[in-house]
Design a protein around this ligand. Structure first.
Ligand SMILES: [Mg+2]
Length: 125
């Protein structure tokens, strides 16, 4: 991953997961800002309100709008469809569906720091 100063949108309905993710990302030295969203709908709102987001980290099981539904919305939107998305979930059975609907990467929770940074490096050029 050559790019630094990344702006990451972290989407998860579990506030503890969000805090852990945010802390991990900010300590990495690659990320300057983490925007939090508590479901897919909230995340789409964030994406519409700013155009400087580099990467989305996306949970699957969330109320209001889950991760698969959000993937469909993002990939169908001409302004958003190129955005790299890594799915983070406890449910391995969602992997093929996530990739089918356009996720660039998939990681199983609990997330390890090294795994996350390695995966980020594969999806960000
Ligand atoms: Mg969840």
């Amino acid at each position: 991953m050559t790019k630094t100063d990344l702006i990451v949108l972290a989407v998860d309905d579990d506030m503890i997961n969000l805090k852990l993710l945010k802390s991990m990302l900010l300590k990495s030295g690659k990320v300057k800002e983490v925007i939090e969203a508590k479901n897919g709908s909230d995340a789409i709102g964030q994406l519409k309100s700013r155009s400087d987001i580099d990467l989305i980290l996306l949970d699957i099981i969330m109320p209001v709008m889950g991760g698969i539904e959000m993937l469909k919305v993002v990939r169908a939107d001409d302004n958003l469809k190129q955005l790299p998305i890594i799915v983070l979930t406890t449910d391995e059975t969602k992997k093929s569906e996530a990739l089918e609907f356009g996720a660039n990467g998939f990681l199983m929770k609990p997330i390890r720091n090294d795994d996350l940074l390695n995966k980020m490096a594969t999806v960000i050029v």
